[in-house]
Design a protein around this ligand. Structure first.
Ligand SMILES: [Zn+2]
Ligand SMILES: [Zn+2]
Length: 301
């Protein structure tokens, strides 16, 4: 498939006990980030960025998800949240630190009850930090990383997440100086830079394409990598069908083409009705503005 030409398969040796079951895993390299996981509409979705220790949705809890410290849940449908207790329990089993799990604020109490039920049956602690975020709210993950929840349009309460990295930029008043002068200032203790947040990765979860035209979601379309759903790809399933179920059709993505400023777009959540070849053929027909920057994640990397 032409649009996957820039994909490079890499091998990553397992380095933690949770992934010792299989010693070697393959990942897709996108804009410098290894990407792992799997996503099939209605079955399971879990998209992993191991270099950031981040997973988006948990699906049925694939083995590689267990090593990730941060988990972002987009909504309460089973194909996105089903493996959550397993994720927490397995981390406990391996004595890994309790994970930090983000959920839409509106489902936080249900998730708490879910863990109470499992604690009662399992008689284990199931330690984790559960954080409910409303659309627009932010949370600092690390010194150099924060997350912000954004609005998506599904049939149940849902949201996507943008991960920002902080980069340091030279203050405007020092821009005309030579390298030596800047060095001298820095050595003398002058603060010559300031931090700016750059949208790195955005993940939609399940949504209608309406999130694209939401003016509050500008950063989603600027993120270096956009992971978005594209449940339906052909004419046998019309756009209206996708909308009726709160999903996106690939033809809508094509029609919004010039709005996506992302360096890479990873399409996920394809319906199980499609063969890999059908998905690739549909992606190959996208307008030229998409060429070389669209990737498909389906039944496993
Ligand atoms: Zn789904
Ligand atoms: Zn859903």
């Amino acid at each position: 498939m032409g649009s996957r030409r820039s994909t490079k398969e890499t091998s990553e040796a397992a380095s933690d006990p949770a992934s010792s079951v299989s010693k070697e895993k393959k990942s897709m390299l996108v804009e410098g980030y290894p990407v792992e996981g799997l996503s099939i509409g209605g079955q399971e979705t879990c998209v992993i960025f191991p270099s950031l220790k981040i997973a988006f949705d948990i699906g049925r809890c694939p083995q590689r998800a267990i090593s990730q410290d941060f988990l972002f849940i987009s909504h309460g449908h089973m194909d996105h949240i089903g493996g959550l207790p397993m994720y927490v329990a397995t981390r406990g089993l391996y004595s890994m630190k309790p994970p930090t799990i983000f959920v839409p604020r509106s489902i936080k109490e249900h998730v708490e009850k879910l863990f109470e039920v499992h604690r009662a049956m399992d008689q284990s602690e199931l330690k984790h930090n559960l954080i409910g975020l409303n659309v627009g709210e932010e949370f600092q993950l690390r010194n150099d990383l924060k997350v912000r929840a954004f609005k998506t349009y599904h049939v149940v309460p849902s949201q996507g997440y943008v991960i920002y990295s902080f980069k340091r930029k030279l203050k405007a008043e020092f821009c005309g100086l030579s390298g030596d002068e800047i060095k001298k200032l820095r050595v003398s203790g002058v603060e010559i830079t300031y931090p700016i947040a750059t949208p790195e990765i955005a993940f939609t979860g399940d949504t209608m394409s309406d999130f694209v035209i939401d003016p509050d979601n500008a950063d989603v379309l600027k993120a270096r990598i956009l992971v978005m759903e594209s449940t339906f790809v052909d004419n046998a399933m019309p756009v209206q069908h996708a909308r009726d179920y709160g999903h996106t059709h690939l033809s809508e993505i094509a029609s919004y083409g010039d709005r996506f400023q992302n360096k890479a777009i990873i399409l996920i959540h394809f319906s199980a009705r499609y063969y890999r070849e059908e998905i690739e053929a549909a992606i190959a027909k996208l307008p030229p503005s998409f060429a070389g920057r669209v990737f498909a994640l389906s039944n496993g990397i």
